[in-house]
Design a protein around this ligand. Structure first.
Ligand SMILES: *[C@@H]1O[C@H](CO)[C@@H](O)[C@H](O)[C@H]1NC(C)=O
Ligand SMILES: *[C@@H]1O[C@H](CO)[C@@H](O)[C@H](O)[C@H]1NC(C)=O
Ligand SMILES: *[C@@H]1O[C@H](CO)[C@@H](O)[C@H](O)[C@H]1NC(C)=O
Ligand SMILES: *[C@@H]1O[C@H](CO)[C@@H](O)[C@H](O)[C@H]1NC(C)=O
Ligand SMILES: *[C@@H]1O[C@H](CO)[C@@H](O)[C@H](O)[C@H]1NC(C)=O
Ligand SMILES: *[C@@H]1O[C@H](CO)[C@@H](O)[C@H](O)[C@H]1NC(C)=O
Ligand SMILES: *[C@@H]1O[C@H](CO)[C@@H](O)[C@H](O)[C@H]1NC(C)=O
Ligand SMILES: *[C@@H]1O[C@H](CO)[C@@H](O)[C@H](O)[C@H]1NC(C)=O
Ligand SMILES: *[C@@H]1O[C@H](CO)[C@@H](O)[C@H](O)[C@H]1NC(C)=O
Ligand SMILES: *[C@@H]1O[C@H](CO)[C@@H](O)[C@H](O)[C@H]1NC(C)=O
Ligand SMILES: *[C@@H]1O[C@H](CO)[C@@H](O)[C@H](O)[C@H]1NC(C)=O
Ligand SMILES: *[C@@H]1O[C@H](CO)[C@@H](O)[C@H](O)[C@H]1NC(C)=O
Length: 523
C-alpha cells in the first residue's frame, strides 16, 4: 500500500465531496476548504489516479462510451460539461499542480525559517535577447531559493506521495536518485526581496560543451560585464526582467546573421550558470514543447506519466534528436531554438539537463510560480508565447508539440490567426496515431481558416525529414491529414461533429460514482 498522509486523506475526501456535489447539485454546496499546508499531490483531476482502482474505472468509461449500454443515446458534447475532471475533457495532467511554496514547505516539515546559514541557490533559465535602439536587451528570468535540511527518510516519504503502486525503496538506484532529486527540488524555500547580480562573458562555440547540435551560435566577441537586476525577487523568489546590456563589442542584431552566445553567471552561487542567446532580428525560431514530443512522458496515462516524470530517467522520443540536430546543422545561421514547457519551475533542472544533452542549445521557458493556481495554468503558455512573439516581431516561428496538449491545440493556431506573418509552420505529433493509450479528445477547431499547407499532423519523427522549412514547406504530402476542425478522438470513434460521437446516457454519472467508490477504497 502506498503511503498516504493525513493531509492526503483530507484532500482525497474533499475531492470526493467536490465530485459528488458537482453531480448532485448544479451549485456545489460543499466548498472544499483551502488547505494551507499540503502535500504535493495530484490535485485538479479531482481524484488521485491509482492503478488498482480509479485508473481501472477510467478505462471502463471509454468502453461505455464506445459501446453504449442502456441505449439512452447522448451526444458527445453533453459529456463535455463541468462534471468531468479536466484530464478527460482537456487532457491536462494534474500531478504537478499545487506544489508547495516556501512557507508551506517550512510548515509542513515542521521546521523554522532559520535558513540564514544555508547557501543561496539560483535557477537561471537560459535567456534570449533582442536587438533594440538601445542595443541588446536580454530577458533574465528564474528563481532564488534555499534547500532546507530534510532527512533522507523524510525525502523518501515525500517522494512516495508521487508514486503509484510502488515506492522509492522498491525502485532501482538510478530511479531512486531521480525521485529524490525531484523531491528535493520541490521542497525548497523561495527567497523574496533578493537582489540578483549577474556576470556575462563570451561563451565558446557549441560542440564539445555538453550542448550538441548547436543552432550555429557563435562566441560573442564582447568582454565581461557585471550588473544587478533592476528589481528584487518577488515574494516567491521569481525574477523576470529585460535588461539592456552594454554593447562591449557584441555584434549588432541588425548586421549579423549569427546567434551570439554569452555565459551568464550569478553572483554568489555556482547553481545559477546559464547560456544567453542574442538572437538576430530576422530568421527562424523553433519553439518546442518537451513532453511527448522531445521526450516520452505519456502524460495521458497518469501512472506512466508519473513514473516517467518522477523516477525514470528522461528518454528521447524515437529519433527526434536527429531531426532537431539536422535542422540545427543545415538551416541558416540565424536559426534559433527555444524550449517552452509549462512544467513548474521546481522541476525545470531535470528538463534542462535532458534537453541540453540531447537537443540543440537554446533559450528556455517554464511555468513561473505566480501561475501556479489552476485557472492561471491554462493561460501560461499563451503568456510566454506572446512574450517571445512580441520580442521578435520580424522573426518567423515554427511551433512544435503534440495533440495530447489542449493548451497547445488552442494557442498554436490562435497565434497563426493573430500573427499571420510570424508563424511559418505548426508541427503537431498526432499522438493517438502511434499510442492507443492516448484516447483523449483533441480539438482541431482552431485550425479552421488557416492555410492547410502551413501545418502538419505527423505520426513519427521521420515524417519531418526533407521539408524546405525556410521556404515555407510545412507539409509532407505522404502523411494523410484527417482534420475535422472540431473535437476528434478517433480511438473513441469520434471523428468530426456529425459522425459518431453518440454515447450511452448515464456514462458520466456511473463514471463519477465509480470513482467515488474507488476513492473510498483508498481511504
Ligand atoms: C542597426 O540598429 C541600430 C540601433 O537600432 C541603428 O542605429 C542602425 O542604424 C541600424 N543599422 C542598420 C544597418 O540598419
Ligand atoms: C537534480 O538533477 C539536476 C540535473 O542533473 C541537477 O542539476 C540538480 O542539481 C539536482 N538537484 C538536486 C537537488 O540534487
Ligand atoms: C537591493 O538593491 C537596492 C538598490 O541598490 C537597495 O535599495 C535594496 O536595499 C537592496 N535590497 C536588499 C534586500 O539588499
Ligand atoms: C565581475 O564579477 C566577477 C564575479 O563576481 C568578478 O570576478 C569580476 O572581477 C567582475 N568584473 C568586473 C569587470 O567588474
Ligand atoms: C557578490 O556576492 C558577494 C558575496 O557572495 C558580495 O559580497 C558582493 O557584494 C556581491 N556583488 C554584487 C555586485 O552583488
Ligand atoms: C558554473 O560556472 C563556474 C565557473 O565556470 C564553475 O566553476 C561551476 O562549476 C559552474 N557550476 C555548475 C553547476 O556547473
Ligand atoms: C555561418 O556562420 C559560420 C560561423 O561564423 C560562418 O563560417 C559561415 O560562413 C556562416 N554561413 C553563412 C551562410 O553565412
Ligand atoms: C506573473 O508575473 C508576470 C511578470 O511579473 C506578470 O506579467 C503576469 O501578469 C503575472 N501573472 C499572473 C497570473 O499573476
Ligand atoms: C524587444 O523586446 C521587447 C520586450 O519584449 C519589446 O518590447 C521590444 O519591442 C522589442 N524590440 C524590438 C526592436 O523588436
Ligand atoms: C535536414 O534539414 C534540411 C533543412 O531543413 C532539409 O533540407 C534536409 O532534407 C534535412 N535532412 C533530413 C535527412 O531530414
Ligand atoms: C491521428 O491519427 C489517428 C489514428 O491514426 C487518425 O484516425 C486521425 O485521423 C489522425 N488525426 C489527424 C488530425 O490527422
Ligand atoms: C480518417 O479518419 C477516419 C475516421 O477515424 C478513419 O476512418 C480514416 O481511416 C482516417 N484516414 C486516415 C487517412 O487516417
Amino acid at each position: 500500500m502506498v503511503h498516504h498522509s493525513t493531509t492526503q486523506h483530507a484532500l482525497l475526501l474533499s475531492a470526493v465531496l467536490r465530485l459528488a456535489s458537482a453531480v448532485a447539485v448544479p451549485e456545489p454546496t460543499v466548498v472544499p476548504a483551502r488547505v494551507e499546508v499540503r502535500a504535493p499531490m495530484v490535485t485538479p483531476a479531482a481524484i488521485r489516479f491509482d492503478g488498482r482502482h480509479s485508473y481501472v474505472q477510467q478505462r471502463n468509461v471509454v468502453d461505455s462510451i464506445k459501446s453504449g449500454v442502456d441505449g439512452v443515446a447522448k451526444s458527445w458534447g453533453s459529456v463535455l460539461g463541468t462534471d468531468l475532471p479536466s484530464f478527460f475533457t482537456d487532457g491536462i495532467p494534474g500531478w504537478f499542480e499545487g506544489l508547495p511554496t516556501g512557507t508551506q514547505v517550512l510548515q509542513s516539515l515542521g521546521i523554522g525559517d532559520d535558513l540564514a546559514a544555508k547557501p543561496t541557490e539560483v535557477l537561471n533559465l537560459p535567456p534570449y535577447g533582442n536587438w533594440t535602439d538601445q542595443g541588446w536587451n536580454v530577458r533574465f528570468h528564474g528563481n532564488v531559493y534555499k534547500f532546507p535540511d530534510i532527512s533522507q527518510s523524510k525525502v523518501d516519504d515525500l517522494a512516495n506521495v508521487f508514486l503509484i503502486d510502488t515506492s522509492v525503496a522498491k525502485l532501482p538506484p538510478d530511479q531512486q536518485a531521480q525521485a529524490r532529486n525531484l523531491t528535493r527540488s520541490i521542497y525548497i524555500v523561495q527567497q523574496g526581496k533578493q537582489n540578483v547580480s549577474m556576470s556575462l562573458e563570451p561563451a565558446p562555440m557549441q560542440g564539445g560543451d555538453g550542448e550538441p547540435g548547436g543552432s550555429n551560435a557563435i562566441e560573442a566577441p564582447g568582454g565581461v560585464q557585471n550588473f544587478t537586476l533592476p528589481y528584487e525577487t518577488t515574494d516567491l523568489g521569481d525574477f523576470d526582467v529585460f535588461v539592456p546590456i552594454k554593447s562591449n563589442g557584441l555584434l549588432p542584431g541588425n548586421s549579423t546573421d549569427n546567434v551570439q552566445r554569452l555565459n551568464v553567471y550569478t553572483n554568489g552561487t555556482m547553481s545559477g550558470n546559464a547560456t544567453a542567446y542574442l538572437v538576430p532580428n530576422e530568421g527562424i525560431t523553433f519553439i518546442s514543447d518537451i513532453d511527448d514530443i522531445l521526450r516520452v512522458t505519456k502524460i495521458y496515462n497518469p501512472k506512466e506519466g508519473l513514473l516517467n516524470s518522477f523516477a525514470r530517467p528522461f528518454t528521447q522520443w524515437m529519433n527526434m534528436p536527429d531531426i532537431y540536430g539536422n535542422w540545427s546543422r543545415s538551416l541558416p545561421n540565424n536559426t534559433h531554438f527555444h524550449y517552452l514547457t509549462t512544467t513548474p519551475e521546481q522541476a525545470t533542472r531535470l528538463y534542462m539537463d535532458f534537453i541540453y544533452k540531447t537537443y540543440p542549445g537554446g533559450s528556455f521557458d517554464t511555468r513561473p510560480l505566480n501561475f501556479s493556481d489552476v485557472s492561471a495554468t491554462l493561460s501560461i503558455r499563451m503568456f510566454l508565447l506572446t512574450k517571445i512573439f512580441e520580442t521578435f516581431p520580424q522573426r518567423k516561428f515554427v511551433l512544435v508539440a503534440d495533440t495530447s496538449n489542449s493548451d497547445v491545440m488552442k494557442d498554436y493556431p490562435q497565434l497563426a490567426h493573430d500573427y499571420p506573418n510570424q508563424v511559418q509552420c505548426i508541427f503537431l505529433r498526432n499522438t493517438s496515431a502511434t499510442d492507443s493509450e492516448m484516447w483523449f479528445p483533441y480539438n482541431t477547431e482552431g485550425f479552421k481558416g488557416l492555410n492547410n499547407r502551413s501545418y502538419m499532423f505527423f505520426r513519427e519523427p521521420n515524417d519531418l525529414t526533407g521539408l524546405d522549412i525556410v521556404n515555407g514547406q510545412c507539409l509532407n504530402e505522404s502523411i494523410p491529414q484527417n482534420v475535422t476542425f472540431s473535437r476528434q478522438a478517433e480511438i473513441l470513434g469520434i471523428h468530426g461533429k456529425s459522425s459518431g460521437g453518440r454515447l450511452q446516457g448515464g456514462a458520466t454519472i456511473s463514471f463519477v460514482v465509480a470513482i467515488v467508490a474507488a476513492m473510498f477504497l483508498l481511504l
